[in-house]
Design a protein around this ligand. Sequence first.
Ligand code: MLT
Ligand code: ZN
Length: 506
Amino acid sequence: MARDPVLETLRDAIGDTRVLTDPAIVAGYVGDWTGRFVGRTAAVVRPVSTAGVAAVVEICARYGTPLVPQGGNTGLVGGGVPTRGEIVLSLRGFSDTLSVDAAAAQATVGAGVLVSSLHRAASAAGLAYGVDLASRDSATVGGTVATNAGGLRVLRHGDTRTQLLGVEAVLGDGSVVSHLAGLPRDNTGYHLPSLLAGSEGTLGVVTAVRVRLVPATRARAVGLLGFASVERAVTAASQLRNGLPALAAAELMLSPGLELVIHACHLSRPLRGRHPAYLLVEIADETGVYAGGGVTAGGIPGSTVGDAGVGGAGIGGGSLVGRATVLETLADAVASLPGVQDASLAGDARGCRALWAYRERHTESINTFGTPVKMDVTLPLGVLPSFVETVPASVAGIAPEARTWLFGHVAEGNVHVNVTGTGSGGRSRGRSTGGDAEDRRIEDAVFGLVADNGGSISTEHGIGTAKRRWLPLNRSPSEIAAFRRLKQALDPAGILNPNVLLPAAP
Ligand code: MLT
Ligand code: ZN
């Protein structure tokens, strides 16, 4: 069989064992975990040093061979999948660098370090990392930078871009840019971390980052609240955000999604009855202004605190006269919140985790129902309730058999729209860029509705291959032209993830 000159040159540069072509191994890198995007590749390259990545990129630029950088492959828009036969450049080997500078409250982190490992390292130093997401045990820090991941605590700490003080990356010509000193104030020109965050591997391959850390959470309390309508839940989320400085998360769930999670994950019912809409809220104390310990909350109409194995800790102890615990604070806030029909609160670690499961396990539960068409959109809060009401009917008008699942980071106006049971099963193979005609009609309808209401077609998942055709709904021709000029400047050969983010050239 003829030897491929690109692969031969790559082997010479980084070693035989780092260029994987065995189909059984390569198969683990060509599909996304939702099953929606499946591609193909001749090879997966796994360099373990920045010089190795630079060599790979330089060789591919020389031969005009496209590359898809890949981290933990937990993305949801096909951005790390070789949909057109690109070589996969895996960064998972970059997991050795993880050093916490407690005095500066910063960490230097290799691209392949798992988000959960960074959490553990920060916690060991009495600090925390501000970005958290359900895929924390598989997602790599480099991947979350490339996609500018958001997750569950953006309300409190911002998205991944917000955490970045410095970046090391290989640009499309193989040159290395490295600025990892972590000076908190450093106003010396273009801020490459901001540019590379969310660039989805199209401008450079991130190999390491310097991130800020935040004070560790000393105590947290979580509440799951039932409402008669989405509108009431959204109003309550706004009131909590405006009046409760310790609010760390506010997540919207709907009755069908919660019932699905209960069924798929064999969880007990968190509240006595069913409600059309739910809020999962968390308050976190990082400052120690609250009294220690948890107490059983009271004063909430219909409260099921302590029920279903997920309720308040009832621990007591440590409560100081005149200082409320976080659980008491949450209980008071919930008690004075209009529209709450029922609530379950927890102030101990086990109870908080148990309540979070109803929200965090939405994605895996939806996947048991079929491969979803995933949309991830932001709406102005004023129109979010009517959007949530309109979308299922609009999807049903196109695909009567389909189910629409809605949930999201409501404090930031996010709704995750997942649709299962479409004609294609949501699956997109080979050269396809977004599923079959029915999927596309659904996406057209939902993204059209989003644009008509002044929203964004991507809150946090990015554009990837899944949404590139709809980018013009949110970005003007001059913005897209500026994006193309940036791409041309940093990746002159056009080899870095060329089939994501930017719409196909006209
Ligand atoms: C989440 O917040 O759980 C995910 O971003 C949503 C999804 O899987 O669609
Ligand atoms: Zn999300």
